[in-house]
Design a protein around this ligand. Sequence first.
Ligand code: PLP
Length: 398
Amino acid sequence: MVGRRPFLGAMGTMGAVSLSPRMSAAAAKRDVIKELGVRTFINAAGTFTKLTASLMAPEVMAAMTEASHHFVDIVELQDAVGKRIAELLECEGAMVTSGAAGALTAGTAGILTGKDQKKILQLPDLTGMKSEVIIQKSHRYGYDHAVRATGIRMVEVETAADFERAVSDRTAMTLFFNDADGRGKIKIDEFVALSKKHKIPSFNDAAADVPPIENFKKYTKMGFDLVTFSGGKAICGPQSAGLLLGRKDLIDAARLNTSPYSDSLARGMKVNKEEMVGMLVALEMYLKRDHAAEAKEWDRRAEVIVAAAKKVKSVTTEVTVPPIANHTPSLKIRWDQNVVKITPLEVAKRLREGSPSIEAAPGTNRNSLQFTVWMLAKGEEKIVARRVQEILTKAAGA
Ligand SMILES: *Cc1c(COP(=O)(O)O)cnc(C)c1O
């Protein structure tokens, strides 16, 4: 006992924080973003990655904090979380990935390699393996880079006849960008049918496509072999997490192509235990929300901003809800710039530079000032409304 005293004394003066990962009360109160002088803002933009997309609920953070206090075998946790998510979303298999983009890479890798260890080690060198992904030309998009990262080549098609001609023994997968359905000549049902006819695994990127929550089950039930949703957008999970859903054998193969396996293509797309747990809890909470009430609340907030803006002469407004991605009210505010002498981009700049700072939607352009309201905290719509009205009124010289 005597021998331990000096040790405990030393701990007391040095502070226990450096010895334990557990949070002290003082650490819990730190606001590092503020300390660093980094701007925070009212998010009237939406779930944009650069703007950190969405906020996690306290219950999600609490589950992540609790998970952070324990060591687990990550493969065992992956099994259990995947099983629970698959049950919730009524699909064969599921895994938490490092976002929807991580799901595109890991999922494609799984399709290419199966559980063949030699192929897993070989990626992204596809020598002797299938190496092509069929995609509609109108579905090409930035995130297909995450699929190309596996080494595959995109084969672009426009019509069903093109699709049939493009199929060969090199074809590994077909890729569908859900939000582009309206732009493609091959619609979603036909795309699934063609993929099935040729026994090619199909992958649907539906990253931003809840709400409505029916979509969680719709695309796997429709016959897509893999489907991904972003975890950090509407679902409000960790921004660096996502869901990969679909065939169990393909999910198992995708898992072998990522962490904890060090010699794998997607090892850099690691998901930690806190993110796995946080993703699950965020999903559970999202499924339990009253989505009809939430949609009504969004309409109400949009109306508050619209009503304030319309008090300024020549202002017109338009509120639309995109049918697929970002299925939430999208506001466009326009005015006669000869009457209200300011550009929408200048208004967005003043909103950003004001206090509190407000971010308008990045879609804002020379013709319209744009907002969404789903990432606002309750009451913030009033602040946005007031500031917009103030800036426009001043520019109208009234
Ligand atoms: C946001 C998005 C992604 C990427 O999602 P992360 O979860 O941020 O990786 C992929 N595809 C589409 C269509 C998206 O909208």
